[in-house]
Design a protein around this ligand. Sequence first.
Ligand code: ASP
Ligand code: MG
Length: 275
Amino acid sequence: MKVLKFGGGCLKDAGAIKKIPSILKQYDKNTIIVISAFGKLTNFLEEISSKKPIDFSKAKILFKQIMHELSFNQEDSDKILHDVKPLDPSLAAILSIGELVSSKILSKHLQNQSIQHVLINAIDIIKTSNKGINAPVNWKETQRTSQIIKTLMDQNSEKTILTQGFISSYSKDGERSITCLGREGSDYSAAILGSVFNVDEVILFKDVDGIYSSDPKINNDAELFSELSYDQAFALCEQGNTVIHPKTIAPLKEKSIPLIIKNFNNLDLPGTVIS
Ligand code: ASP
Ligand code: MG
């Protein structure tokens, strides 16, 4: 089993969604697809969250345009737009809209392409031990929920899971709240799922060729690393390299699960392998 994570940097438009089925064909069905929000949508949701009532119209226009380009029928499109509202009044619930909607759009597109999968909300898998948008993972609970899903998947012929990055949930006294794993945290989601599902690799599709020694946009002789150790990758994060979220490394290092960074826009490149 592998985790394939598609980051916001590559999810710029409907074209990006159209490209995903061809990528999935290169892997067997035993995959967990993790999807981020489109582009910089989470920043936008954060901006509008403080003005009450919140005006989601600009986000809805973006989703509508994407669904139109994907030739969704009116009914499917209206249903997805109808759900563009937070499940509770917290900031976490408002920010989670980005990932919830992109996962619904990808799921509908895969369905329209007859690509079998199950959409499982990350709030039913990744559990945190607190509320908030930067909540710590409750590993014990996350192990437990993932075990339930594993058992269900084993009984099912369907092996492809689609879920969201960044979002999670916190339960107390029978009440459940949406939480988030920290801004830019969907790499971390991929690593958490990789760890609890014991996958053989985690692949992060991004809008860069891989990890460089320095910023290639500023520095002409920046070196692209084809391989790095977990410790080398972590040291680069500490030095300010932002290609991967620093929390991504530890759960994978612990289980010796390789992490691969690939360019979504240039899939022939080998990328960077961290192992
Ligand atoms: N969409 C979330 C954010 O921008 C998570 C992510 O993209 O990694 O913070
Ligand atoms: Mg994002």
